[in-house]
Design a protein around this ligand. Structure first.
Ligand code: NAI
Length: 337
């Protein structure tokens, strides 16, 4: 029995997490949940958005399933998502993007993975005002050989283990020569150790255009924190939007699985939220804890219901509620796919 720390999250978090938990349990996987607070729920009870007991639980269990958490814009407390990744040293954020039949999108053949460095770059959390009047500010981007090497190596190893053929490293080394230039240099060095995997690199602005023109040319993409954040939303747009894009955050000892999307305050509490992204993240979790059959069964059932299109949520062009979508997937799971 695997114990998983559970954070239900803010906004649509509890609605979609309940659906995803029901579906994960319906696969028959042997796991138990240890629910812990974070975000606004934690502020109300503990006066802090990320209580120590939540971090302790994730460290102990080595695995968490997390709903989206609200971050105030332009002030207020620091992002709990960023804090969790840094606190637990979850250095690789893996975001697969694969076309789902039945989801309207511009492309039919997207099958790529964005691997984002999760702890450094412009998200290092070092920002300060330059003058007392607060009319100018600095943000520090940190890139180290150590952090670059481990995430790029992760990308090559991931490509190998998933039978993928190519790694594309994305940077801005023509302008940010010392920081992303180092990232590129480390990538080129490591590529020599993986002769079985094709390697190339792209400058971020060109990459954004290439992805929109012809995503099929890419396979595994590895990049720094900010570029990875933007590119992974871009690629989720290529497969039909944030509602269907899963992710896993991996460190040496701990992994956290969550949807890419946020708390969707515009639809929270209306039973309209699509649980696909978080359920696909649950499928990644199942694979991670050694339940590959349950993972495949869950993903297959989800894909079946989306392709058939009768029980999908409004963002996918249907009129089903979160719960009726979930029930339809559960029926398919029960029937064995
Ligand atoms: P968002 O992802 O919450 O919403 C963007 C748009 O996508 C909205 O129109 C929303 O209704 C829609 N959407 C998102 N998820 C959906 C789903 N499952 N089903 C159907 N429609 C869905 O992004 P936004 O509005 O920029 O951020 C809201 C809050 O979420 C902010 O506080 C932000 O900081 C936080 N956030 C948290 C993340 C996390 O916990 N990992 C990631 C991204 C944002």
């Amino acid at each position: 029995m695997t114990t998983v720390t559970l954070i239900r999250g803010d906004g649509i978090g509890p609605e979609i997490m309940d659906a995803a938990i029901e579906l994960i349990e319906a696969t028959g996987a042997k796991l138990s949940w240890e629910e812990k607070p974070a975000g606004t729920a934690a502020i109300e009870r503990f006066g802090a958005p990320l209580p120590q007991e939540t971090i302790n639980s994730i460290s102990k269990n080595g695995i968490a399933f997390k709903g989206p958490l609200m971050t105030p814009v332009g002030g207020g407390f620091r992002s709990v998502n960023v804090a969790l990744r840094q606190e637990l040293d979850l250095y690789a954020n893996v975001r697969p993007a694969t076309t789902l039949q039945g989801v309207t999108s511009k492309f039919e053949d997207v099958n790529l993975v964005v691997i984002r460095e999760n702890t450094q770059g412009l998200y290092s959390g070092i920002e300060y005002h330059v003058d007392p009047q607060q009319q100018a500010a600095h943000a520090i981007s940190i890139i180290s050989r150590y952090a670059s090497e481990r995430v790029i190596r992760f990308a090559f190893e991931y490509a190998r283990s998933q039978q993928r053929r190519k790694v594309t490293l994305v940077h801005k080394a023509n302008i940010l020569k010392l920081t992303t230039g180092l990232f590129l240099r480390v990538g080129r060095e490591l590529a020599a150790q993986y002769p079985d995997i094709e390697f190339n690199d792209r400058i971020i602005d060109n990459m954004a255009m290439q992805l929109v023109l012809n995503p099929a040319q890419f396979d595994v993409i590895v990049t720094t924190n900010l570029f990875g954040d933007i590119l992974s939303d871009l690629v989720s747009g290529l497969i039909g939007g944030l509602g269907v894009a899963p992710s896993g955050n991996y460190g040496e000892e701990v992994a956290i699985f969550e949807a890419i999307h946020g708390t969707a305050p515009d639809i929270a509490g209306q039973a309209k939220a699509n649980p696909t992204a978080v359920t696909l993240s649950g499928a990644l979790l199942l694979r991670h804890i050694g339940c590959p059959q349950e993972s495949v069964a869950l993903e297959t059932a989800l894909r079946h219901v989306i392709k058939e299109g009768q029980h999908v949520t409004p963002d996918l062009g249907g009129s089903a509620s979160t719960q009726s979508f979930c029930l339809a997937v559960k029926e398919v799971l029960r029937a064995g796919g």
